[in-house]
Design a protein around this ligand. Sequence first.
Ligand SMILES: Nc1ncnc2c1ncn2[C@@H]1O[C@H](COP(=O)(O)OP(=O)(O)OP(=O)(O)O)[C@@H](O)[C@H]1O
Ligand SMILES: [Mg+2]
Length: 501
Amino acid sequence: MADIFTSRDDEKTIEDILHKGLLMGKAPKWTVMRLALARSLRLPTPPDEALDQIGTRGSEYGLTQVTGQGQGRSPFGQQQDFTDAFRGMLSIHSGEDLFADEKAFVRHLQRHIRRGLREFRRGWRDGHDFYQYLYQELCAGQDQNPTADTSDLGERLVAALLEIGVRGEVAETIDGPRITRCLVRLMDANHLDRVRRGLDKIAFVLGLHKFGVFPAETGQPRMIGLDIPRPRATWKTLSGQDLRAWIRQDTQPNGSLPVWPGVDVTGQPVCFDLSTQPHLLVGGTTGSGKSVCLHGLLLSLLIGVAQERLKLVLIDPKKMEFGLYAKAASKRITVLTDVEDANKELAGLVEEMERRAVTLEKAGVRDLTEAHRRGVSALPFLVVFVEELADLIMQVPMAEEHLIRLAQKARATGIHLVIATQRPDARVVNGMLRSNIPSRISLTVQKSTESKIILDETGAERLTGAGDMLIRLSGQPMQRLHGVYVTDDDIAATLRGIGGA
Ligand SMILES: Nc1ncnc2c1ncn2[C@@H]1O[C@H](COP(=O)(O)OP(=O)(O)OP(=O)(O)O)[C@@H](O)[C@H]1O
Ligand SMILES: [Mg+2]
């Protein structure tokens, strides 16, 4: 009997993982489905009800396969029926008694399996080690006490410093979500420079591989902070729930378009006003966390900014990321996946910018924020997100000219750009565009030259990946942040919450 249904995308994921990930082509498909269940149970939020809708049908499975129902024990005496174990886990996760309601159990099971498969699809890439990926996804952050593995870090750091001829002691350590900051008091204040120059060697001696040790100012003479990444199993992931809590607790919002990209190294949430930045370039290699970062910024705006004050234009030539927003599309949100349509929209925005400039000038105000404050205009802010700049401008070169014009002139009129790219090279990120987008976020990149294109500095090639970022807002020093891990469920819940879905 069929209990669990999958979509065609789910089936492809199952096949890919069996053949290219687990390298166990002959193993039964439920092997992957059970792993998907485990993956989904690691997310604290309930899976979205939208997962009940299958779209293009893939295949169907009975509980005999998926949970081993009625299978009893194997000839070697091993338990093969995990139905009640799964039922128990899902009951705890959902807070419902799924022993009493068979239909609800099967519904929850399908949602979790399909969500887990979706996570695999987004998070694992063919060619990467699936076992390594799975270990990290299932075990990372399990340890709620991230001080666990750092007991001897101070000693190891003092020894590493000696290797570069510096004597010092660790005065204090602060454990952030991923990084331990060691405050090191140097015997000789003249050695500060030697430490800064020797960071790569320190990282090497500490066995950090390509991850870097970053310096942090302490404001005290002879004292330097050294930010040292911990093993992934001790990381604490920042969730969409954290994001919602920060926004709720923010009684005096930071400007007109407050956004919360993540937390600093010590775990303090960071907020900035997009309307003053006024545009943002987000770069990083594939799988570094750009899209997740954009979703975090989008949810910040959708939750934190009054409906009538905000319009979003989401351009996604890859057709990968903004599907949920497209379903919720309204006057407030426009999603464009066709590059020609996107180009037309951008041309329209350039005209809108010109019209707004005239209106604001007539009203005698400097910018839209002032116009709102003085009650002379009710025009909404307009934020344009571009998921992949390269795909857009390679296909429609005109689009680049529109973006440059907007970047040059749109700030006062309340039109702001957030542009992401996987390919931070001079050909894609044209000098004119770059010089008019003063604020930058770099997630992990492969080469230091890419870090330079995004941030004008090296460093992003030494980040730890998965939402670890360097951010440089206009007129401020560079800061390291860890991004919020926004999931599709967070997005769906937010869109429902604002009545967009
Ligand atoms: N803030 C975060 N915390 C923990 N894990 C994260 C975070 N951000 C991203 N990840 C992990 O990295 C994976 C890839 O993220 P994402 O899809 O945003 O990458 P991307 O840079 O957009 O890649 P691409 O360029 O291929 O589109 C996620 O599925 C998740 O597993
Ligand atoms: Mg992406």
